[in-house]
Write a protein that binds this ligand. Structure first.
Ligand SMILES: NC(=O)c1ccc[n+]([C@@H]2O[C@H](COP(=O)([O-])OP(=O)(O)OC[C@H]3O[C@@H](n4cnc5c(N)ncnc54)[C@H](OP(=O)(O)O)[C@@H]3O)[C@@H](O)[C@H]2O)c1
Length: 334
């Protein structure tokens, strides 16, 4: 609702930034928690923020260098009506966290993903309970990997079964057990992080009498325009899932033999548009949406769907023969 104050984490990321734009467009005031001062200038200079031209009372920033530190959000939650918590590591951003056969590196992969995610979720819940007297709702970004194990997305046999309607339908209330460490690459560590952090948040909410409720949003692989992109990283992540798979999950991913998708062509199914995911997060703040529930966001797109879309929107590519060959379909892991 117009004028209410939202604390947004992860606003410097692909999804979080899109949520920020949606929040401002819908009249919310936003306090963005960022890790460093450098990121603030980048946000003010981003095209949609320049176009919206928010006043300093509509868009504010607070520095939270380490979301896993005790009391990290104590200051950030003060006077806010809502919290949207999207911050989570999607890639290990330092060389020591790449996993592989070295047990110490495998351990740090666990820290980089699972510990950071769980502490981030619990930290914001603790701060909201103890210091955020006006918080009415927290919306957290989870993932479809928290409702289906990773091999559910990568296993062609499971995919075929599902297409024939033989697979058990997984919905917003489905949960998978937290995969046990060690994790031999970033993807299983990420899946464990999303599973463990959702479990930690739901357990906290169930075990405490709170003034606020929790909504979890579970998107599949998110794609769309990334206004903050300065390189090809996000595109690379998407293309790795769409194109024939190399031996490793990408540069810096450690154990080369660990890519479960090696030799596979994984399809476009299980993907969702970033602006739709952002809309869902903001829509979840409405009081007419019941609290303490989860929403799965996904589309059932197929390779076959790309042919008419390409012909309509990229007619010259289509006639040059750059598209139109359907290879194989199957689900895609977020
Ligand atoms: N992308 C997908 O396909 C997808 C699918 C399903 C769910 N999700 C979930 O959506 C959320 C956002 O993903 P995204 O695609 O927008 O990722 P992203 O572009 O990598 O953004 C991640 C955001 O989280 C922040 N962050 C990362 N590690 C952090 C840490 N240790 N402490 C504090 N902040 C940290 C980043 O801050 P800096 O800018 O400072 O690095 C950035 O703002 C995540 O929860 C992710 O699990 C994503």
């Amino acid at each position: 609702m117009a004028g209410e104050l939202v604390l947004l984490t992860g606003g410097t990321g692909f999804l979080g930034y899109t949520i920020l734009v949606d929040l401002l467009q819908h009249g919310y005031r936003v306090r963005v928690a960022v890790r460093s001062h450098e990121k603030i200038a980048k946000m003010w200079a981003a095209p949609s923020i320049v176009a919206l031209d928010p006043r300093a009372t509509q868009l504010m920033f607070v520095i939270v260098p380490d979301m896993a530190a005790p009391g990290a959000y104590d200051e950030a939650v003060q006077d806010v009506d809502f919290i949207i918590h999207t911050a989570a590591p999607l890639h290990a951003d330092h060389a020591s966290a790449v996993g592989g056969s070295d047990p110490q590196k495998v351990q740090s992969l666990e820290d980089a993903f699972v510990t950071a995610c769980v502490q981030g979720n619990l930290g914001i819940l603790h701060s909201a309970r103890d210091k955020g007297k006006s918080v009415r709702r927290i919306v957290m970004t989870s993932s479809t990997v928290a409702i289906a194990p990773a091999d559910f997305f990568s296993d062609a046999a499971a995919a075929a079964q599902m297409e024939r309607g033989e697979e058990v339908i997984r919905g917003p209330e489905t949960r998978v057990p937290v995969p046990e460490p060690p994790y031999n690459s970033q993807l299983p560590a990420y899946c464990a992080a999303k599973t463990a952090s959702l479990e930690a948040a739901e357990t906290f909410v169930n075990n405490h009498a709170l003034r606020f409720d929790l909504i979890s949003i579970m998107p599949s692989l998110i794609f769309g325009k990334d206004e903050l992109a300065t390189g090809t990283d996000s595109t690379r992540m998407l293309m790795y899932r769409l194109l024939p798979q190399p031996a490793s999950n990408g540069p810096g991913d450690g154990d080369a033999a660990s890519n479960p998708y090696q030799g596979e062509i994984v399809a476009v199914g299980n993907a969702v548009l970033c602006t739709d995911v952002a809309r869902a997060h903001v829509r979840a703040l409405d009081p007419d949406v019941k609290g303490n529930q989860s929403f799965v966001l996904n589309t059932d797109a197929r390779w076959e769907d790309t042919v008419p879309i390409t012909k309509t929107h990229f007619p010259s590519h289509s006639t040059r023969g750059c598209s139109g060959r359907v290879v194989r379909s199957g689900p895609l892991c977020p």
